[in-house]
Design a protein around this ligand. Structure first.
Ligand code: FAD
Length: 425
């Protein structure tokens, strides 16, 4: 490592790449220090496992009309598939397919769920959990909570702050990127000064900022920390002097939720064979406590694979059990739709499960706020350690687009501007 640099950025995910991009635009020299063997962090496209681009992490360009990465993706010639729909192509009730009327009732329950959450938040007053605000007891209510809460948010609605859920809601266009979201983020990193395989374990702040890790130490004038709050809460990066109480509290107020994906590689003409068009969505009614239905997307972009999604406690439990258990779970869930013989025929190869929950460089998928902790994002984004020479950035720090790549990117840019202003000429 060089002995001394101007600004160090810890982590080469979207926030770190956004920060380094902005620092370069501001004429600042920086070095991005990344513990892992690749750039992109939680935006990661891999093509070997399924024989086609598979986004292990982010795949939707959420709120595309306001996402800073949309115009960049278009300018770079990436292919966006517009108009992602949320409704199910196949919805199972027990072992049978729901009728059109039952599907309409399910869709109405989804709308009612969102409306109830918004209405309760609009009342103001103390923060409550999402579970306290949404409908219960109706035929579809538990299923909708499982889907819109536990799966999409990656955490059970009982533990998730309603205030934060509403403040960071993702409405609008949600295209996916054919080449992969991770491919886009990796492209944005091209040409930036990034050092891979360089974990930082300790940051010491006195007259300079000293970063220490197994590959040596480095002094900088300023530093932007973009590692996940999961990594910070687990002590993956230590600070000297220790963090102020309110920053510690903000980190612990924003734990990582878990959304896991399991990719199943299919034979040629998978969608056709299963009688489904591209991007087909499958889901089933929750059958009581202990049932954890996956959500499925079959043949995205017309490709021959399926992706199953599982969030919350069930996803953490499966992550601990390992890839074989995840594959067995996914196959069993899909069997509900097509039967064992067809699933075995359609998906002969080994599955590709993601490992965000077990990976010590992430420790989950994206943040949620504990009930009462919705203000933590602003606290973290505004933190000025060591007289403003150490800043935080990352998806957790975005008060509007938390949990997204676009939010992480924007927060990296904002931290770069703030730090550059602090350091002056
Ligand atoms: C399954 C899943 C699905 C998702 N779906 C979407 C989606 O559809 N759309 C969307 O917009 N977002 C989605 N997200 C969220 C999105 O991926 C993240 O919000 C975003 O990528 C976070 O970027 P970041 O830079 O804040 O953090 P990270 O990407 O986590 O970057 C931090 C970097 O720091 C590195 N690091 C960790 N510890 C150290 C250390 N000690 N020293 C040096 N480096 C270290 C890590 O390796 C990592 O590269 C999804 C995430 C997951 C996991």
């Amino acid at each position: 490592m060089p002995a001394e640099i101007d600004i160090a950025v810890i982590g080469a995910g979207a926030a770190g790449i956004g920060a380094a991009t902005r620092l370069a635009e501001l004429g600042r020299s920086c070095l991005v220090l990344e513990a892992g063997p690749r750039v992109g962090g939680r935006a990661y496209t891999e093509s070997e496992g399924l024989g086609t681009p598979f986004d292990h992490g982010a795949s939707w360009l959420h709120v595309a009309e306001h996402n800073p990465l949309t115009p960049i993706a278009r300018r770079l010639g990436f292919t966006l598939r517009e108009g992602e729909r949320r409704r199910r192509d196949i919805l199972l009730i027990g072992d049978r397919r729901a009728t059109p009327e039952e599907k309409a009732a399910h869709d109405a329950a989804c709308d009612a769920w969102e409306e109830a959450a918004e209405a309760r938040a609009a009342q103001g007053g103390p923060d409550v959990s999402i579970a306290e605000a949404v409908p219960h007891g109706g035929f579809w209510d538990a299923t909708v909570s499982h889907w819109l809460g536990t799966t999409i948010c990656g955490v059970e609605p009982e533990r998730n702050s309603l205030r934060d859920y509403i403040d960071t809601g993702l409405d609008g266009e949600n295209p996916q990127i054919a080449e992969g979201f991770g491919t886009l983020v990796a492209r944005l990193a091209a040409g930036l000064p990034i050092r891979l395989g360089t974990p930082i374990e300790r940051i010491r702040a006195d007259r300079a900022i000293t970063l220490e890790g197994p590959r040596g130490s480095l002094r900088a004038r300023g530093c932007i920390v973009t590692v996940s709050t999961g990594v910070l809460a687990a002590g993956g990066l230590r600070f000297e002097p220790g963090l102020p109480t309110e920053i510690e509290a903000a980190i612990h107020g924003l734990p990582l939720a878990l959304l896991s994906k399991i990719g199943l590689r299919g034979g040629q003409g998978l969608g056709f064979r299963l009688g489904l068009g591209p991007f087909a969505r499958l889901g089933r009614r929750l059958e009581g406590e202990g049932d954890h239905p996956m959500s499925w997307m079959i043949a995205p972009f017309g490709r021959d694979h399926a992706v199953g999604f599982l969030g919350g406690e069930a996803a953490w439990a499966l992550a601990r059990e390992g890839p074989a258990a995840a594959e067995a779970f996914a196959r069993a869930d899909l069997t509900r739709y097509f039967g064992p013989a067809e699933v075995a025929r359609a998906f002969p190869d080994r599955a590709v499960p993601t490992d965000w929950g077990e990976n010590p460089l992430f420790r989950g998928a994206y943040t949620y706020a504990r009930v009462g902790a919705a203000g933590s994002r602003a606290v973290l984004a505004g933190a000025r350690l060591a007289d403003g020479r150490i800043r935080f950035a990352g998806e957790a720090c975005h008060t509007r687009y938390a949990g997204t790549v676009g939010g992480a990117w924007a927060s990296g840019m904002a931290a770069a501007e703030a730090l550059s202003a602090t350091l002056g000429g």
